[in-house]
Each structure stands twice: as C-alpha cells, then as structure tokens.
Design a protein around this ligand. Structure first.
Ligand SMILES: [Zn+2]
Length: 176
C-alpha cells in the first residue's frame, strides 16, 4: 500500500496575495490595532504601504515578509506564502517590527534590540495561536534566534535572546 499524502499547497500569486491582503486589512482586529498604533506614533512609517511581491531572486528570498524601514513599507513575499493565515501572521509580525522601529527603548546593544523585536514579533505573530505553552515558547525562541543570528551570529543570538526573553515576551504593546 501507499499512503496518500496531500500535496503541499502551492504558493500564492501576486494577485491572490493582494486579494487576501485586502480582505485581511478590512477584517483583522489585530492588524487594525497595529496600524492604529503605528499611525499614532508616526504617520510616515508606512508611507509606501503594504505590498505583495515575489521575493525569489532578490536578496530577501529566504523571507516570508519584511519591514523595510528605509523605504517605509511592508513587503509580503507571495511566493513563500500559502494560506490566508500565513499572510495574516506574517503581516502581524512585520507590522510589529514597523511599530517597534518607532518606539524608544534602552538596550545594552543592537543585538539586544534586534532580539527583543524578534521575540515580540514572533509572540504576537506566527506563534500567537499555539495553545501548548511549551510549544509556544519553543516557537518564539527558535524563530527569534534564527532571525537574530543573521545580524549577530549564532552564539551571540542565543545569549541575548535568553537575556531579554522574559521582558520582551510579556511586552504586548500596542495590544495591552
Ligand atoms: Zn522578524
């Protein structure tokens, strides 16, 4: 016998991603709260808006999305997104980065700042709906280390994520 395996979902086209994004922008309470928070701090932070586009072949091709502070926009990598939930989770993650880029905070180093932002973005974004507390912590921890090590190296990333974890994971601004 041969076990049936459902094929993985195909990635979204730019058009399908944009249509889902429109729906999420109109209906997601989390996205609305983040956008309002960003607007309150600085109306310019998302001057170029939120767009879906393919990232393969660019220097962002390992990502599902990113906030571009220089160009003031969020990009969703449609060729790495396969469901409405992935789009919404990624959008919440990147909007958290946009929001954090406008906040003032004191950190020991740039790596501490990056680690804290990644912990928050993962806790509020793609890891938020995991119910099991242990698995949820694993999700946040792993994703934060992976994103921080790009800038700070693995050893330093593990160390600073550990140092800031408790404080940052409980910081749910602008939700609470
Ligand atoms: Zn991130």
């Amino acid at each position: 016998m041969r076990l049936y395996e459902a094929p993985p979902l195909p990635p979204f086209s730019e058009e399908k991603c944009t249509n889902e994004l429109d729906r999420i922008l109109k209906s997601s309470p989390k996205v609305a709260i983040l956008l309002k928070g960003i607007q309150t701090l600085n109306k310019d932070a998302l001057r170029r808006g939120i767009t879906c586009r393919p990232c393969m072949g660019t220097n962002q091709e390992t990502r599902m999305g990113y906030y571009d502070a220089r160009y003031k926009r969020v990009v969703l990598c449609c060729d790495h997104l396969r469901s409405k939930k992935e789009i919404e989770d990624t959008l919440v993650h990147e909007l958290t980065h946009a929001f954090d880029s406008l906040r003032k905070g004191k950190f020991k180093s740039i790596c501490h700042l990056i680690a804290c932002g990644e912990i928050r973005a993962s806790a509020l974004g793609q890891c938020e709906t995991i119910e099991d507390p242990y698995k949820k912590k694993q999700c946040i921890w792993t994703d934060a280390v992976r994103s921080t090590e790009i800038h700070c190296g693995t050893e330093q990333a593990e160390k600073v994520v550990k140092e800031v974890f408790e404080n940052c994971v409980h910081d749910e601004t602008p939700f609470k």
